[in-house]
Write a protein that binds this ligand. Sequence first.
Ligand code: URA
Length: 210
Amino acid sequence: MSEHLTVVDHPLVQHKLSIMRDKGTPKVLFRQLLREIAQLLAYEVTRELPMTTERIETPMQPMDAPTLDGKKLALISILRAGNGLLDGVLDLIPSARVGFVGLYRDEETLQPVQYYFKVPDALDQRLVIAVDPMLATGNSSVAAIDLLKEAGATNILFLCLLAAPEGIARMKEAHPDVRIVTASVDEKLNEIGYIIPGLGDAGDRMFGTK
Ligand code: URA
């Protein structure tokens, strides 16, 4: 583990992830577990948010009570599988601003092409958390971070469920300033870019497509 990479090895996260990996797990349970893990990962990544105090009055006496400081953070879902993580993170941080990045892979060039981009304003003043369950080759994740930086983001964290060593290396090379937080670093990618042992296609398992 380095500053660039945090693996959340909490027993609850790991137990839930094992159920998600099982190919017999139905999609309703898969989605529910992804949401629960997202809550636990969000708890971890928000540990160092800046704090201030606000003067309040308890029923007993006034006090300077700790509250979050600064602008609301921005959650960016990388479509479409990102939406599964987004829901859980929003459970924990309901006032976060939300954006979406849509990318598809051009079958000829194999490069990611943008088809949708809508993000909150003042990204330069917010902690930006980009969410995508699978960091596989890293091509689309790196492209999404490129776009967020072009839109002004400077403080970016990438939150995923599973990461392949190849994707981590690609992200580190392209964006050494972006911290990756994940529940697991798996063994490798297969020849068509799927994570091994992984859990299959996260979007298909979430939405029941093939
Ligand atoms: N995307 C997925 O959904 N699964 C993988 O294994 C790799 C990329």
